[in-house]
Design a protein around this ligand. Structure first.
Ligand code: ARG
Length: 285
């Protein structure tokens, strides 16, 4: 089941046949204007660190090859989800995907706004565990620098942005309904950071994954409705102007009692040994 979740973002493009076989139990509940489920359109100029991961070779050209999100944390450094670069998504190891690139500054994928920058180097967290989904992050190095001001500061451990109930925004070009309606234009959804206790209650361990507070964060709304979804993976969850999470997994999209689960950025910083740098950055923010 969770393999299907990871794979689902490729559905409309490379797994069209499988799509009908995937139970649509994951279809968004109720909420008529379901985004990123339950979201609203945004301009990428308001969140220039939000980027799209693309390979036309693997995902076709209709939506510029978009298959996941990413977030610029430096002018040549992009964080994304490890599972976005897995073989079950790409069909081969990432280094074989010749046209892997990052699209920056483009709100509408079906436009030639912004830039497409080839990825020069891919580092996938070797500790990523695809049973629990722990450690779901990867670092991309770009072959050219993004414009100044494109990077977002990361929230280090202990940052108040991680407190339960903090309002956050998640951004992406993913499924807006849970039924395979991929957005052409960037959207965002308002969610709240939830307590570890409620995240553990929601995900004590199933085929979808298991909530582990040390490396994950969950966010949503009590009533469901607003959430990230397939195709948003790797993209940013931002609270108080700082990056707190990367879209990682969830059970369906926007279901009450099944919040979105995000890679905890403070754990990424610790793993990469970047904690000091981040503390300085967010101190200045
Ligand atoms: N795994 C999905 C992706 O690859 C992200 C799912 C997020 N799900 C959620 N309910 N927030 O795009």
């Amino acid at each position: 089941m969770r393999r299907l979740v990871a794979r689902a973002l490729a559905r409309p493009l490379v797994l069209a046949a499988a799509a009908t076989a995937i139970p649509l139990a994951s279809a968004a509940p109720a909420s008529a204007d379901s985004i990123v489920v339950g979201g609203f359109p945004v301009e990428v100029s308001d969140s220039p660190w939000t980027v799209a991961l693309s390979s036309r070779d693997r995902f076709g050209g209709t939506r510029a090859g978009q298959f996941c999100g990413g977030v610029a944390v430096g002018r040549t450094t992009v964080l994304t989800a490890a599972h976005c670069l897995g073989e079950d998504v790409l069909g081969s190891p990432p280094e074989r995907v010749r046209d892997l690139s990052v699209i920056a500054g483009r709100t509408d994928l079906v436009s030639d706004q912004g830039r497409e920058i080839p990825v020069r180097d891919v580092w996938v967290n070797p500790a990523h565990d695809d049973v629990s989904n722990a450690g779901d992050f990867a670092v991309l190095t770009l072959s050219e620098a993004l414009p100044a001001g494109s990077a977002i500061g990361m929230a280090a451990e202990g940052d108040p942005a991680y407190r339960p109930d903090t309002r956050a925004l998640v951004y992406g070009w993913g499924d807006t309904s849970g039924a395979g309606d991929y957005a052409n234009s960037l959207r965002a959804a308002r969610v709240r950071v939830l307590s570890d206790a409620s995240c553990e209650r929601a995900y004590p361990g199933s085929d979808d994954g298991r909530y582990l507070a040390g490396s994950m964060l969950c966010a949503g709304e009590e009533a469901g409705g607003r959430d990230s979804c397939q195709g948003d993976s790797g993209g940013p969850l931002v609270a108080q102007g700082r990056l707190v999470g990367l879209v990682s997994w969830g059970s369906g999209c926007g279901r009450p009692g099944s919040p979105g689960v995000y890679t905890r950025v403070s754990a990424v910083l610790r793993t990469l040994g970047w904690d000091h740098q981040a503390a300085r950055q967010s101190g200045g923010a």
